[in-house]
Write a protein that binds this ligand. Sequence first.
Ligand code: FAD
Length: 351
Amino acid sequence: MQVDCIIVGQGLCGTWLSYYLEKAGASFIVIDKSETLTASRAASGIINPVTGRRIVTTWMIDELMPHAWEAYNAYGQWLGISCIEQKAIADFFATPQMRLAFLERLEKDATYLSLPTDENDWQDWLQYDFGYGLITPAYLIDIRKLLDQRRSNLQQSGRLRVEQFEFEDIEESTKCIRYKDLQTNQIIFCDGAAGINNPFFPNLPFGLNKGEAMLVKIPGLPATHILKKGFNLVPWSDDTFWLGSTYLWEFDDPNPTEGFRQFATNWLKATIKLPFEILDHWAAVRPATLERKPFVGRHPNHPSIAIFNGMGTKGCSLAPFFAQQLTDHLLHGTPISPEASVQRFQRALNR
Ligand SMILES: Cc1cc2nc3c(=O)[nH]c(=O)nc-3n(C[C@H](O)[C@H](O)[C@H](O)COP(=O)(O)OP(=O)(O)OC[C@H]3O[C@@H](n4cnc5c(N)ncnc54)[C@H](O)[C@@H]3O)c2cc1C
């Protein structure tokens, strides 16, 4: 069977790449081993335009936000689902200094920041002492819904193979590349954290990062905002909230831990003034990079091999933007942004 591309992985990266390739008329097969928990499936789905204690805007956000809004709406409409909504973040100040930092930032640049009309309006539900600010617009993506719907769409059209991709079954020739019964011009690896062991890209500076989260039922807590107070409490479905997360650069065990469960339970007891029930608890590894920039594009020495990885903590906003850029690059030769292009590691990949 001949296809233009093979996509390895159906997380956010593979899901977005398959969309733009299909829109551009390219033929492809997606190979995904169908793990129940991956970075994309563990994520809360927030696109937050600001970051850190100094509340600065995140990399490229003025381009990424409008692109994400349009792209998720278009993809959702095409699949017959709704998978993006605008949701303000209520950022509860943990200390008077954090309140001051927010107010100082607000004075300098109010693009994404504001104050609510009544800072006490969450007092019935939450314990907080120093008020809160609003971050808006922020977006909430229903990642699982998007991935599941695209998966069944790919399955119905016979373009999904649920299996482990085996590197030793690749046969490269000057004209094309073969993988088992498939002949193709291009294999694109969207393999997430597993990419650290990808033999084609052995020296890329991944900085994998573990995150744990819980699913909590809190009847009566308004689902109008994403609540941020150290942890994020993110409305997911009826009375159910995603609670997380941790950012562990060094870890031996990729599984959920008792330590996180205890810590998060204590946080809930200290913060939420309503009864709650823990429904689930999970962990996953973010495909983060040491420079906090993605890896996108063709391998410098194997042009029929490409990578789309390294989304770190920002897969929801980076994946659609760079999937479109990568599609244009693969089909029409347009450039990848130099800060994201994998060509910046040409020397490391030559080793
Ligand atoms: C706890 C947590 C919370 C997060 N919250 C957010 C958030 O709120 N907002 C945000 O923007 N980002 C968030 N992220 C980050 C985001 O989830 C990632 O950036 C993004 O999901 C990465 O997508 P991916 O497609 O690269 O990887 P993945 O989702 O890991 O997908 C890779 C896919 O490739 C498959 N695969 C790998 N190797 C093979 C192989 N050899 N053969 C077949 N299949 C293979 C895997 O099974 C998987 O399906 C969070 C991450 C975590 C862990």
